[in-house]
Ligand binder design. Structure first.
Ligand SMILES: Cc1cc2nc3c(=O)[nH]c(=O)nc-3n(C[C@H](O)[C@H](O)[C@H](O)COP(=O)(O)O)c2cc1C
Length: 325
């Protein structure tokens, strides 16, 4: 398949692995890139900008294909030296960055000067248009289905994608709720130039997380996600385990929820321990509704080629048969 995204990023298939805290390590990003997609290292998963530089080198040792780095600019419990992470990305020579969380404008001049393509992940059309206006090269349009932060508008990709196609000039990726060839074909039909997947890539052989987590996600249905931090207007879609249910319960109590009320339950370090040790009720982890469509643990190569093949078949056989007379 050739799209504006494959052309712009120099990749074979229009499939991108979105940044994922604790998951986006070199093993996964390199596997996705070697399979012809775009793998993304998650910048803040590395404790310091120096560690990020080392992780980029590790990824280079595993692939000679393009890969990107995600820079997520969100409110955090501990302050993050974002400028230094951005500087590390520039000095590493990586040529694609995925930004998310906040307007990336302060970092665009340094990225542009270094010849870096910037894909900004947004959850609304107004933010996508803003990203286009400030000079981002592409956007990922993250629908309400997505894992992580879907924003507060609750608009699904069925509406967001055709709107993005009508209003944006720059290429865009459909993100959220995608995991198979039907999804890829549908996203392209709605005007996207490719897809960005998080949750689906968690359940692959190369994803560096405990088998218990992958198995639980294979067993899960589309009803097994929960929205937390709604009361704080910083909504996150996570897997519905006992900890997520407890957070939702605390947030539903009368009166305002303060972050301190839930902080001990949602600590990032606990999510990391959950991924490492496989104790499924240790903390929270991001997951999208697409868990309902995940029923195996393939390699990234198997997954991407299956998705692309299935989409090609749908487009060239099922859909074209409907219009051929
Ligand atoms: C475990 C996990 C961690 C994530 N962490 C981040 C992150 O740190 N920064 C970010 O921009 N997006 C993050 N995301 C969102 C993904 O990059 C992607 O936008 C999202 O997963 C798309 O929705 P999907 O899961 O339905 O494919 C995360 C997603 C998952 C599943």
């Amino acid at each position: 398949m050739r799209t504006r995204i494959t052309e712009m990023l120099g990749i074979q298939h229009p499939v991108v692995q979105g940044g994922m805290q604790w998951v986006g390590l070199a093993e996964l990003a390199a596997a996705v890139s070697n399979a012809g997609g775009l793998g993304i290292l998650t910048g803040l998963t590395q404790p310091t900008p120096e560690d990020l530089l080392k992780e980029i080198e590790r990824c280079r040792d595993m692939t000679d294909k393009p890969f990107a780095v995600n820079l997520t600019i969100l409110p955090t419990i501990k302050p993050v030296p974002y400028d230094e992470y951005a500087q590390a990305i520039v000095s590493s020579g990586v040529k694609i960055v995925e930004t998310a969380g906040r307007n990336p404008e302060p970092y665009l001049p340094m990225f542009k000067q270094a010849g870096i393509k910037v894909i900004h992940k947004c959850t609304s059309i107004r933010h996508s248009l803003k990203a286009e206006k400030i000079g981002c090269d592409a956007v990922s349009v993250d629908g309400f289905e997505c894992a992580g932060h879907p924003g507060e508008d609750d608009v699904t990709n069925m509406i967001l994608l055709p709107l993005a196609a009508r209003r944006l000039k720059i290429p865009f990726l459909a993100s959220g709720g995608l995991g198979d060839g039907r999804g890829l074909a549908a996203a392209l039909a709605m005007g996207a130039d490719g897809i960005n997947m998080g949750t689906r890539f968690m359940v692959t052989k190369e994803a560096p997380i405990h088998e218990n987590v992958k198995q639980r996600m294979i067993e899960a249905t589309e009803l097994d996600t929960a929205l937390i931090y709604r009361s704080l207007r910083n909504t996150a879609r996570v897997f519905k385990n006992s900890v997520a249910e407890k957070v939702v319960e605390i947030e539903s109590r009368p009166g305002d929820t303060k972050f301190e009320d839930i902080q001990s339950l949602v600590q990032g370090v606990k999510g990391r321990e959950l991924f490492d040790g496989g104790d499924l009720d240790k903390g929270i982890w991001s997951a999208g509704m697409i868990v309902g469509l995940i029923d195996d643990n393939p390699s990234c190569e198997e997954l991407i080629s299956r998705i692309v093949k299935e989409a090609e078949q749908i487009i060239s056989e099922r859909l074209s048969a409907m219009v051929a007379h």
